[in-house]
Design a protein around this ligand. Structure first.
Ligand SMILES: C[S@@+](CC[C@H](N)C(=O)[O-])C[C@H]1O[C@@H](n2cnc3c(N)ncnc32)[C@H](O)[C@@H]1O
Length: 244
């Protein structure tokens, strides 16, 4: 039996120049590229012209389904194909790469994991916000904004998380998420930045505090993926200036 291979590849935050050399190698040799909705057109344009492209992201589906690895991905690998499962950012940071690796291991299909530049890192670099800084923060926490409302509510008796917070998937519940941080004891004037579509031509950076950021982002398209960086590090922001 020919068994193919699945490569769980991080596509980075959006700018194709932030793909790793290994990610490019995987793409160049792929028979099938199965991608999430957040993978940008600029990156999909680098897939070989004759490879099969499968849109397998959550937003591509009509309804919530229970499988972890898309059945088409498994079927192609079982048919002997080299499948690249291309994921925004890094596959192991809120990317379900862990769950997919479990399933591939259980199915006996060879797989590889190729790290990518997580949106947290892409947004920080592009906006010029350090995630750690000797004068501002020595600890960084990545969390989902989405669920943060619930998990923060459950832990409301716990002390506030120290240092820098990076909230993923925060665009739709920004107000409630920031309120939870305040309820939990973070000062209303704690600096915060909203970074949408980081490293792409649509990038938007809005800076404020956890008290006013939700109002300030009013005109940013909520459909753009965004992270929120919270903490004193935001006051150390130095937006990069490219040489003319
Ligand atoms: C399902 S998570 C995937 C995270 C990804 N694995 C990573 O390491 O960046 C999707 C979230 O990533 C963030 N994201 C992805 N690309 C982004 C970008 N270019 N700019 C800002 N946030 C982004 C947003 O918070 C979005 O809701």
């Amino acid at each position: 039996v020919t068994v193919g291979l699945v490569q769980l590849v991080g596509a980075g935050p959006g700018d194709p120049k932030l793909l790793t050399v290994r990610a490019m190698e995987c793409l160049e040799r792929a028979d099938v590229v199965a991608y999430d909705e957040l993978v940008t057109q600029a990156i999909l344009a680098l897939c070989p012209p004759d490879c099969e492209r499968l849109a397998v992201g959550r937003r591509h589906r009509a309804s919530v389904v229970s499988y972890r690895l898309h059945p088409d991905v498994l079927a192609r690998a079982r048919a002997g194909k080299r499948v690249v499962r291309l994921k925004a950012g890094d596959p192991l940071v809120f990317g379900r790469g862990g769950e997919e690796a479990e399933e591939l291991a259980a199915a006996g299909i060879p797989f590889e994991i190729v790290p990518g530049v997580s949106a947290a890192l892409g947004a920080a670099a592009s906006a010029g916000i350090p995630l750690t800084h000797r004068e501002h923060a020595s600890q960084v926490t990545f969390m989902t904004g989405h669920h943060a409302a619930d998990s923060l509510a459950r832990s409301s008796l716990a002390p506030p998380i120290e240092g820098t917070l990076v909230l993923f998937m925060a665009a739709h519940k920004l107000g409630p998420n920031l309120k939870r941080l305040r309820d939990q004891g973070r000062a209303k004037d704690t600096p915060a930045a909203y970074v949408a579509a980081a490293t792409t031509p649509q990038e938007r950076v809005v800076v404020g505090t956890i008290g006013d950021l939700a109002d300030r982002v009013g005109d940013v398209d909520p459909a753009l993926p965004a992270v929120v960086i919270v903490g004193d590090v935001v006051s150390a922001r130095r937006p990069p200036r490219r040489a003319p």
